[in-house]
Write a protein that binds this ligand. Structure first.
Ligand SMILES: [Zn+2]
Length: 321
């Protein structure tokens, strides 16, 4: 399953081709990939054709492309979620896809020319949708918008910046988002009374941290995955959040984000960057820190990998007698 760094690579790869591009045609080959599109918004293809994509945004694992205004219609965006196996591939028109093509957008960029944006998805957990943009509750940018927002290249004003698609609004900001509220996150941990890994995977507290990067961050911060979130001291919570950011940034740095790579290559073929993992998937192998064999335990239908020596479970102190 693509996680935040993989999705960011997709966003950054698409950005130069889609920002400012006109959508000239839409082909839907499998309606199941529109399961997050509400017919109440209007027909998916009719809503897209003739509009421009103004930017490429991301929050956690959601991607969206704010659309140019259309007389009186509410502000809208094309929202994309890759699910378990989705890919968004930039292609030269005429080159047929051998994978499981579900949706194709025909786009025309003022400088770069015509492309196909192919949404390929093997397992149909991913989707595309046109969704309404809602103002953010904190007034900050809805997510990360890359160079277009930074350089002010957008030709249609900036109303879309401090907004977020309705179906993304309930998702918390991700830890790489400059508007992520660290104090609110620590307060939520103290309030939640849940295992710390559950909290890291809870998209309403913090988004974009999946199973792999949760395990890696917990290993780096030496926190057991079942440690009660409300028992974690503020300094340890702060250290954990720092490690989450380091792990995500490292994966991003190793992933590369060039336009050429996106264009020629297929994003996420292997699913994950081939970066070095310290705990995840390393059952029985020595902990890189202390040499103790890494342990795997069942966790929410998946696995947790941790070092049993450095990541000790919570032990309540015995009451004084
Ligand atoms: Zn260890």
């Amino acid at each position: 399953m693509p996680e935040l760094p993989e999705v960011e690579v997709v966003r950054a790869g698409l950005e130069p081709a889609v920002t400012g591009a006109l959508i000239t045609g839409v082909e839907v080959f499998d309606e199941r990939s529109l399961k997050r599109h509400s017919p109440l918004e209007g027909p998916f293809d009719g809503l897209l054709e003739g509009r421009r994509m103004l930017a490429a945004g991301r929050r956690g694992k959601f991607l969206w492309f704010p659309l140019s205004d259309r007389g009186g219609a509410p502000a809208q965006a094309l929202v994309t979620h890759l699910g378990m196996s989705g890919q968004v591939l930039l292609r030269t028109p005429g080159v047929e896809e051998d994978g499981l093509l579900r949706i194709r957008l025909h786009i025309e960029h003022p400088e770069r020319g015509e492309f196909w944006v192919n949404f390929v998805d093997q397992r149909i957990f991913g989707s595309m949708a046109v969704d309404r943009l809602l103002p953010t509750s904190d007034g900050h940018d809805g997510g990360y918008f890359g160079f277009a927002a930074q350089l002010g290249l957008e030709p249609h004003g900036e109303a879309w910046r401090a907004s977020v698609p309705a179906q993304v609004a309930h998702i918390a900001r991700d830890p790489l988002d400059p508007a992520f509220d660290d104090s609110a996150f620590f307060a939520a941990l103290a309030r939640k009374k849940t295992g710390i890994k559950r909290a890291l995977l809870d998209q309403t507290l913090i988004s974009g941290v999946g199973n792999i990067y949760a395990d890696e961050s917990l290993w780096a911060a030496r926190v057991h995955y079942e440690y009660p979130s409300d028992k974690l001291s503020r300094p340890r919570a702060r250290e954990l959040l720092t490690e989450v950011r380091i792990v995500l940034e490292k994966a991003l740095a190793e992933g590369g984000t060039s336009f050429d790579a996106q264009y020629v290559n297929v994003n996420g073929v292997s699913g994950y960057f081939a970066h070095s993992l310290n705990a995840y998937g390393r059952e029985g192998q020595p902990c890189p820190r202390c040499g103790t064999p890494i342990t795997r335990e069942q966790f929410m239908n998946r696995s947790s990998y941790f070092c049993p020596r450095d990541q000790r479970p919570y032990r309540p102190r015995a009451p004084r007698t």
